[in-house]
Design a protein around this ligand. Structure first.
Ligand SMILES: C[S@@+](CC[C@H](N)C(=O)[O-])C[C@H]1O[C@@H](n2cnc3c(N)ncnc32)[C@H](O)[C@@H]1O
Length: 309
């Protein structure tokens, strides 16, 4: 039974998903850093690109940016609330005529012919959420690309620190008074999360070995009618590179958006974000540091690969 697709469908179709997703950079510093990195890489790779397929495009963080740059974009996602939000933003930005919205699952891209788009992107882990189909889905996305692919997937080495730091998100809250529900939850539960924390070495070793976050617990929650987080496959850098090479992708560059930022304490991060000049030079340096192959696995959540066909 292919639970991942069903779980994704239910989880991402929760009614407030589009709205919450579109506000991420107002709320969390790690999202500011990650978006800045992905956006720079994207803008560096647009030479000769007229058509783009964005797989798991969410509320349009990148599809709308690309449309504003003159590309014709297919915005493909499993979630209606995400598509509704993206359409609203595209209309506001005056680019509705350059974006085609398609509701669908990445597990089935059979409607698209080989090499239909100059560039194929999938950012912030949609591929990882298609476990156990992640490799096949990646191959299908590569099949659609004529010139380049850019994928950011969940990072195994980047995710493992979460297992020893239940308050990791607190480090990245921009405004602790914000009324965002997850900010409120993080602030209110901080002390109990520390107090109740137990390091589960076996669990960490298992994730290190098989890369899988979630499983039976999510399936049980789904069966009870809940909308659990998607079972997520996390990649190692050399594994991702090898899979892409196997699909014929060349000149692969890997990076780990967020690796530098996670070393900085919250008080300093907030100070930097509130000073436009410091913020810019910090983000410039994060981009350089996080593009270094030696840290690419330690991105905050994601591992990014850029390659040519
Ligand atoms: C974390 S969001 C990232 C959105 C966007 N790429 C971005 O970076 O802003 C993940 C997106 O993947 C979509 N998604 C998850 N599983 C999917 C699947 N199996 N098929 C298509 N879209 C999926 C979700 O609906 C959500 O919009």
């Amino acid at each position: 039974m292919d639970y991942s697709r069903k779980i994704a469908e239910r989880q991402w179709n929760l009614p407030d998903k589009g709205e919450l997703e579109s506000r991420r950079e107002e709320t969390y510093i790690d999202d500011i850093i990650q978006k800045d990195h992905l956006q720079r890489k994207l803008l560096e790779n647009l030479d000769g690109v007229e058509t783009v397929f964005d797989g798991g495009a969410g509320s349009g963080r990148f599809s709308i940016l690309l449309a504003k740059k003159g590309c014709r974009v297919t915005h493909f996602d499993i979630s209606q609330p995400m598509i509704d939000k993206a359409r609203e933003i595209a209309q506001k930005e005056g680019v509705l005529n350059r974006v085609t919205f398609v509701k669908g699952a990445l597990e089935d891209l059979s409607a698209y012919a080989d090499r239909s788009f100059d560039l194929v992107i999938s950012f912030d882990a949609p591929i990882s959420y298609t476990w156990p189909n992640q490799e096949r889905v990646m191959g299908e996305l590569v099949r659609l690309a004529r010139k380049k692919v850019m994928f950011s997937v969940s990072s195994r080495l980047g995710s493992l620190p979460y297992l020893c730091n239940p308050i990791q998100k607190n480090q990245f809250i921009l405004d602790e008074q914000a009324d965002d529900p997850f900010v409120r939850w993080c602030v209110e539960n901080r002390d109990s999360m520390v107090h109740d924390f137990i390091f589960r070495r076996e669990q960490a070793q298992r994730v290190l070995a098989d890369g899988l976050l979630g499983g039976q617990r999510e399936i049980d929650e789904y069966e009870r009618g809940g909308a659990p987080w998607c079972i997520t496959y996390t990649f190692l850098p050399d594994e991702l590179e090898k899979i892409l090479q196997g699909f014929g992708v060349k000149s692969i560059q890997l990076s780990g958006p967020g690796a530098y930022g996670r070393t900085v304490p919250r008080d300093i991060l907030v100070k930097l974000m509130n000073d436009p000049e410091q913020k810019q030079s910090f983000l410039d340096f994060c981009y350089q540091f996080d593009s270094n192959p030696y840290v690419c696995g330690m991105g905050k959540d994601n591992l990014l690969a850029v390659g040519v066909l």
